[in-house]
Design a protein around this ligand. Structure first.
Ligand SMILES: *[C@@H]1O[C@H](CO)[C@@H](O)[C@H](O)[C@H]1NC(C)=O
Ligand SMILES: *[C@@H]1O[C@H](CO)[C@@H](O)[C@H](O)[C@H]1NC(C)=O
Length: 483
């Protein structure tokens, strides 16, 4: 009997320990953890050469270091191909980044012809088809030559199986049309070009962001003629149903919501941002308010109510604060106290835009760049708390304010496309459609800006041709043609 009780106690202690562990080990959601099957299809033909193949392997290791490898998170598979594909790493073979890295480093270069179509079909049949996980599936094809077989059918078959295909062309021998046929549309998102293997390290950050957007930002927001990946927070918080009163933003059909202190605009973060946020994103909101206190326009709280991410309006000092997570102290608060921030507190409609990257955060008010501040590296967010809008800081009480737009765009480039045309009188020809962001419009000439708009990642990816249209094809050479 005594033994039995001892045994029971031990079981109890174990159970308690487990529950403590479960709480301590709460997963911080981000791209690191968003469940994804990710397969790299690497060209191992003669044109690559052993030295370049070593660079590709290092690049692959660098990219996979951004992810938590394991059965609950990201699984990585690798196919090398020349005349025939070789299964180098089956999906889900490794449960840690170190083991995966070691496996990638031990891949031996093949040499041979370039049969890209066969390799894509192989990845579909022998890697993706063998994975039973229901999640985001991505294949990245990296090639430096024209394929000697057809790629279209295999790529289509992969897309039919809900696999998203990226194509990376290295050097002058790749064919634009072929890369476009391999990759998903739009090509501006899914096709990358680099001039040589040395240059592939330059697309590492962009690749990381794009892979993240696939897994973390499944929903799309209609914006002008495009569909932008992102989160419409007003939609996520059911504002449409919870707020009865609409306001007309003169002159056109654009509507806003009149939020009163009676509503509670809260939702479980796991329902709004189930996989967290990507490393870079754009926060946009258009609102007007009279309140002279300190309130959070938007916040993501921990389960015990501490802000992890917040955009705070301080009506006392007329400044704006941005809170986010941090590897130091768990959180960091950035203060925007530029005199131009005061305009937000003039009771009129204004658009706030925050371009958040891994290095810094830039505030724009009414389409004008105001201030840029550095950020410490951030952590993922805990999604077991609430996401709220319009709450007094540190309180549950709702602020009375009017809001027209409150969104997160996952593509940082949207910062350059977004307009503030929903603001009455801001655009001469006015907005073109209701609810969604209007098409670019002609804005009245304003005061000269402070400094040129900061292009996302300019310091990271430097183009040798400054007039290159977007950062997506940042590494330019004369041989690369974009039609
Ligand atoms: C891999 O990362 C290291 C350290 O950041 C960097 O020096 C190197 O250039 C990267 N290599 C490639 C091929 O991306
Ligand atoms: C971390 O917290 C301590 C104590 O609150 C504070 O003194 C310090 O400035 C914080 N560090 C950063 C980088 O915010």
């Amino acid at each position: 009997m005594a033994h039995y009780i001892t045994f029971l106690c031990m079981v109890l202690v174990l159970l308690l320990q487990n529950s403590v562990l479960a709480e301590d080990g709460e997963v911080r959601s981000s791209c690191r953890t968003a469940p994804t099957d990710l397969v790299f299809i690497l060209d191992g033909s003669y044109s690559v050469g052993p030295e370049n193949f070593e660079i590709v392997k290092k690049w692959l290791v660098n990219i996979t270091k951004n992810f938590d490898i394991g059965p609950k998170f990201i699984q990585v598979g690798v196919v090398q191909y020349s005349d025939y594909p070789v299964l180098e790493i089956p999906l889900g073979s490794y449960d840690s980044g170190e083991h995966l890295t070691a496996a990638v480093e031990s891949i031996l270069y093949l040499g041979g012809n370039t049969k890209t179509g066969k390799a894509i079909q192989f990845a579909l049949d022998y890697l993706f088809a063998k994975s039973s996980r229901f999640l985001t599936k991505i294949a990245v094809v990296l090639t430096d030559g024209k394929s000697q077989d057809d790629v279209k059918d295999a790529a289509q078959a992969a897309r039919d199986s809900k696999i998203t295909l990226f194509a990376i062309g290295v050097g002058s021998e790749t064919e634009d049309a072929e890369l476009r046929a391999i990759a998903n549309k739009p090509s501006s998102t899914y096709v990358f070009y680099v001039e040589d293997y040395i240059a592939i390290s330059k697309i590492r950050e962009v690749m990381k962001q794009k892979l993240c957007e696939e897994s973390v930002c499944p929903t799309r927001i209609p914006v002008a003629a495009r569909d932008e990946r992102g989160f419409d927070i007003l939609l996520g918080l059911d504002v449409n149903k919870k707020v009865k009163k609409r306001i007309q933003l003169s002159p056109k059909k654009i509507k806003g919501y009149e939020v009163t202190s009676k509503v509670d605009l809260s939702e479980l973060t796991s329902n709004v941002f189930p996989e967290g946020l990507p490393p870079s994103y754009v926060f946009v909101s258009t609102q007007r308010f009279k309140v002279k206190k300190i309130w959070d326009l938007w916040r993501i709280l921990t389960i015990d109510g501490r802000p992890q991410i917040a955009v705070t309006l301080n009506g006392v000092d007329k400044i704006l604060l941005f809170t986010t997570t941090s590897v130091i102290n768990g959180s960091q608060v950035v203060t925007f106290a530029n005199p131009q921030v005061k305009t937000l507190f003039d009771e009129g409609w204004h658009q706030i835009r925050l371009l958040v990257t891994e290095q810094d955060v830039t505030l724009y008010i009414d389409d004008q760049q105001i201030e840029n501040k550095p950020l410490h590296p951030v952590l993922g967010i805990l999604i077991n708390g609430q996401t709220q809008i319009g709450k007094y800081s540190g309180k549950e009480e709702t602020v009375q304010f009017d809001v027209q737009k409150l969104r997160i765009y996952c593509d940082p480039e949207q910062n350059n496309r977004e307009t503030a045309c929903e603001i009455p009188g801001f655009c001469l020809n006015g907005p073109s459609d209701v609810g969604s962001t209007p098409a670019p419009c002609i804005c009245p000439p304003g005061k000269p800006g402070l400094q040129g708009p900061k292009r996302w990642m300019d310091h990271e990816v430097r183009s040798s041709r400054p007039a290159w249209p977007t950062w997506r094809n940042p590494v330019s050479t004369k041989i690369i043609k974009i039609s």
